[in-house]
Design a protein around this ligand. Structure first.
Ligand code: NAP
Length: 295
């Protein structure tokens, strides 16, 4: 039997630590790098090889997966002098699973091609719980053959693995996902704030409405956290502001008017300016109940 490919995983945060852990348990030799080493200790204790730099990891891996924070992180990790493209071997598959910009995905793909490195954009949805349970939905952009070659690897981290089209299509699919969430979470907050004001028991309300036409993952997973006042991050406010900003920029370039997206972005920016950038996205509820003022 052919040995499994060596995988390098960069970005051991809320999502990356679970995703890399699944790959390790599935038997892939795992190499890791993260800005803060402490977050990778658990994986290192279980046998992952630590690298102090992106370059050192990229030199020895067949597949490099990135799950960092912002497009600026993606840019430096791929295109910097000490980045993946400068140091990976020809034939390496480089997969960015960060939510980032479609235009940057294209720049990386073009630069990778010149080095005979195969780049894919493969952002995910499903949250911290989906990452923990290996039930992510993975949206892949790039060459179809490369998608086929990496499908088994994606299958270790997710249950819905779909080819969306050429380079950048994975990121566009993820932005469409974020736009849908933006509208939905505002509705969930307003519904629960209304219920609270008129004296309904919000858990009893959820029992009635979460399996009806108003049902959604935002309502069922984040609704109870809002009611409990649990604003710990599964998905950071600061990352949602980033995603909505990328989506607005693309919409502007394309001349598409998306008023609900613009409203959600302004509300989340207000939340972040109020000091809640490191809270989870369910903290939007605080705008309604604590009436955090516009800056
Ligand atoms: P996170 O906890 O902040 O993880 C990102 C990790 O990347 C951090 O550990 C960070 O290091 C590391 N990193 C950033 N820049 C780096 C660099 N230049 N070199 C090495 N390591 C670097 O965020 P997350 O929640 O896992 O999210 C990661 C990405 O997935 C984001 O783009 C987010 O929008 C997206 N996403 C998140 C969710 C979710 O529910 N959490 C769901 C879908 C998609 P430090 O430890 O030093 O900060």
């Amino acid at each position: 039997m052919q040995d499994k490919e060596t995988i390098g995983f960069i970005g051991i945060g809320i999502m990356g630590r679970s995703m890399a852990g699944h790959l390790q348990r599935a038997g892939y030799p795992l190499h890791v790098h993260n800005r803060t080493r402490a977050k990778a200790e658990e994986l290192i204790d279980r046998g992952a090889v630590w690298h102090g730099s992106v370059a050192s990891l990229a030199r020895v891996c067949d597949i490099v997966i990135t799950m960092v924070g912002y497009p600026s992180d993606v840019e430096s990790v791929y295109l910097g002098a000490e980045g993946i493209l400068a140091h990976a071997r020809p034939g390496t598959h480089a997969i960015d699973m960060t939510t980032s910009s479609p235009a940057l995905a294209k720049r990386i793909w073009e630069a990778a091609k010149k080095k005979e490195i195969v780049a894919l954009d493969a952002p995910v949805t499903g949250g911290d719980v989906g990452a923990r349970d290996a039930k992510l939905s993975i949206m892949v952009g790039g060459e179809r053959a490369a998608f086929g070659a990496m499908k088994a690897v994606f299958g270790v981290m997710g249950t819905t693995v779909v080819y969306q089209g050429p380079t950048g299509a994975g990121q566009h699919a993820k932005l469409a996902n974020q736009i849908a969430i933006a509208g939905c979470i505002m509705g969930v907050c307003e519904s629960l704030a209304y219920a609270e004001c008129v004296g309904l028991d919000r858990r009893t309300l959820l029992a009635s409405i979460e399996n009806g036409a108003a049902g959604s993952r935002q309502l069922s997973v984040l609704g109870p956290r809002m009611i409990d006042g649990d604003f710990a991050p599964g998905f950071y406010v600061k990352h949602f502001v980033k995603d909505l900003g990328i989506a607005i920029d693309v919409a502007k370039e394309m001349g598409i008017e998306l008023p609900a997206l613009a409203l959600a972005k302004s509300l989340y920016e207000r939340l972040a300016a109020g000091g809640l950038q490191d809270a989870g996205t369910q903290a939007l509820y605080r705008l309604y109940v604590d009436r955090i003022a516009a800056p």
